[in-house]
Unconditional design. Structure first.
Length: 668
């Protein structure tokens, strides 16, 4: 009520053993909750509290308590009665009320658990009806609620006294501060007399369960059974019933549990004692048990060199990658006009080898790979049983029985598991080896990329000898490499894979030899602009768990005429027959606006799709992007509306690449 200004119910019954329950009744009444009755188990309520209840028009019944509640999922009613010494209702005094709230206050206990854990003893104090810590070990001092000081002034002064005493024990000061605090505390007038609550009432509820520990659902019957079966000490009964072992660590159930054992065994509260205080005192978040925050990070063998070059590093899955080198536009221009180099070692790299390797890949990918020629490269899409896109990458046939499969940077582990899972079922003659960590990879791209590599290799890199989508094993600067001519960023490019222990050497050599050609390292952000200019998708960003190749504008990669069955084939046949409800399309905007990724595509003012990627292309002079739209809006040239920053902007649907659509530069 005080913290959140929320009214917990409309009509309430209050049962209390102390002043706190009365205070709660008055507070609830002040915010509009109808208090039907306050049942005070004490025979006498302090006069000031009784007067306050009368002034608020609240009925008070002394020597009474709640004996039952009605309702299952929520409270519908409650019954009170005056109580006998054993907690049973005095016949003829029962009353029932229709209510939706029951407030129960059982008194307070000192917050002494930490002191008890430190070695202090707990002795029962009949005046406060609680166990107070005594004889603490040296260096341990009690104050406030720990020492059962409930009045604000006394609690504050007890803290001053404890602090001054601690300072004196540490040889700070002359003791005058402690003496003054003691005098002030002794001068605090006693609190107005308050009648101590009665002994715990443990009569069983004749209509249901009577709980002693609400944390652990321990009932009166459970406690009686434990003692009857010989667990007749509080420590043994605790182990039998789990009383005091819940989240409150006995703050709610310790005292009633002790009273129950004392009553059943005929011992006094002092003789019965309390359960051993053990950590934790308060609920512990799992993060505290886990130790310091730690996120494993993967770094390529070239990472240190990129940091030396001033790269801005960000997370990309588990990898730490260069986001840019300070000037995104200049890095993209270098790729378009001269040469750019990017570390792509984060790509998953999996060797699939053996006599059945081609057949196995035919089963895993939507397109055909068994007919791929040695030294050739083909793009492939992986799907699941439902025909949804799960990963993509290139596949290079190294020799008759060996393929190098690349995956997305975050997909290597999942793809390897997917491959080995199905190999275990199919029992084919295939070996799958993850070589991601053992190989570095860089992409050298731009109109002058071939001129740079010619300086570092004896291999023939002419278009006739090394055409687009070729993959050859050659030496670059003396390092054995698998070089694939592919173009994710849209310019003449070579993806070079080589041993990780040569990573820094080859990176340095490429930069050194390309210095007079305008070479420039580029990061993830310029790469994303460049790939978007070619409308290349990123799995997981431009697709989701519901995306299939047809709706992603990649129906060309699904080869339903393959002799070999393949993953998701049945689902993709159904998808082809069903047609498209939604489409992934490109769009361009000439109004100077670049929508955020996730912005809504709206139709008649209602969300109908979303933007998955959007960037400003300096090369094209306007914003471009990819978006999911209803199939009815997917035709080339269709005008769509994008809602961004509370405004709606026009965009035009584009099919295919925005830049170099005929791939003349890519194949140059």
């Amino acid at each position: 009520v005080a913290l959140w200004a929320l009214k917990p119910g409309e009509r309430a019954v209050v049962s209390t053993t102390c002043d706190r329950g009365i205070d709660a009744a008055l507070e609830l009444s002040a915010v509009g909750v109808e208090i039907l009755v306050v049942a005070d188990q004490r025979e006498q309520t302090p006069p000031d509290k009784a007067a306050a209840l009368e002034a608020a028009g609240i009925r008070l019944v002394n020597g009474a308590g709640v004996i039952g509640a009605e309702g299952k999922k929520f409270v519908k009613g409650a019954s009170i009665a005056r109580l006998e010494a054993d907690g049973s209702a005095i016949p003829g005094t029962e009353e029932s009320f229709q209510c939706d709230l029951v407030i129960v206050s059982g008194g307070t206990v000192p917050a002494s658990s930490l002191m008890l854990q430190a070695g202090a003893r707990a002795n029962y104090n009949a005046e406060t009806n609680s166990f107070l810590p005594e004889d603490p070990p040296p260096g341990i001092l009690a104050a406030g609620a720990v020492a059962a000081q409930e009045e604000l002034e006394a609690a504050a002064l007890s803290g001053t006294l404890a602090g001054a005493t601690a300072a004196l024990e540490c040889e700070y000061g002359d003791g005058s501060a402690a003496s003054a605090a003691r005098a002030q505390l002794d001068a605090v007038p006693d609190a107005p007399p308050s009648v101590a609550p009665p002994a715990y009432q443990h009569g069983a509820n004749p209509k249901g369960k009577a709980f002693i520990d609400l944390d652990e659902d321990v009932t009166v019957k459970d406690m009686k059974y434990s003692i009857a079966e010989g667990y007749d000490s509080i420590e043994l009964s605790k182990r039998y019933t789990t009383v005091t072992m819940g989240p409150s660590q006995g703050r709610v159930s310790q005292l009633p549990g002790v009273r129950m054992v004392a009553d059943q065994t005929g011992l006094s509260m002092e003789e019965t004692g309390i359960t051993t205080a053990r950590p934790p005192w308060s609920t512990m978040p799992l993060g505290a048990w886990a130790g310091r925050p730690f996120t494993p990070a993967k770094r390529s063998a070239i990472h240190a060199r990129q940091r030396e070059l001033g790269s801005n590093v960000k997370w990309a899955g588990d990898w730490r990658r260069a986001y840019d080198y300070g000037d995104v536009a200049a890095e993209a221009r270098a790729v378009h006009n001269d040469i750019g180099i990017i570390d792509v070692s984060t790509l998953g790299k999996i060797l699939v080898s053996g006599p059945d390797a081609g057949t196995f890949l035919d089963r895993m990918y939507t397109n055909r790979l068994s007919d791929l020629g040695v030294g050739r490269v083909r793009y492939g899409v992986l799907g699941n049983d439902a025909g949804r896109i799960t990963d993509d990458g290139t596949i290079c046939r190294v020799d008759d029985d060996t393929f190098l499969v690349t995956t997305t940077s975050t997909g290597a582990d999942a793809v390897e598991r997917w491959f080995t899972w199905w190999l275990a079922a199919w029992e084919m003659e295939v070996d799958v080896t993850d070589v991601t960590q053992g190989l570095c990879a860089v992409n050298v791209a731009g109109p002058k990329a071939r001129d740079l590599l010619v300086k570092l290799t004896d291999a023939d890199l002419t278009t006739d000898a090394f055409p687009y989508l070729d993959g050859q094993q050659i030496r670059v600067a003396g390092v054995p490499c698998l070089v694939m001519r592919i173009g994710f960023v849209g310019e003449l490019g070579y993806e070079i894979h080589f041993p990780a222990n040569c990573g820094q050497y080859l990176w340095d050599t490429l930069l050194e030899q390309g210095a007079d050609m305008g070479i420039r390292p580029f990061g993830l952000e310029p790469q994303r602009i460049l790939r978007l200019e070619k409308a290349h998708i990123i799995v997981g960003q431009d697709t989701d768990s519901e995306s299939n190749p047809y709706e992603s504008q990649m129906g060309w990669i699904v080869k339903l005429d393959k002799d070999e069955n393949f993953m998701g084939r049945w689902a993709l046949e159904r998808a082809e027959e069903r047609g498209m409800n939604n489409m992934l399309v490109g769009f361009k905007m000439s109004n100077g606006v670049v929508p955020v990724e996730g912005a809504a595509i709206v139709l008649d003012g209602k969300p109908a799709g979303r933007v998955t990627s959007a960037r400003y292309s300096e090369q094209l002079g306007h914003a471009i992007g990819l978006a999911w739209v209803p199939a009815s809006l997917g035709e080339e040239g269709t005008e769509i509306e994008i809602k961004y920053d509370r405004d709606v902007y026009k965009a035009t649907v584009v099919h295919g690449a925005f830049y170099d659509p005929d791939q003349e530069r890519l194949r140059a």
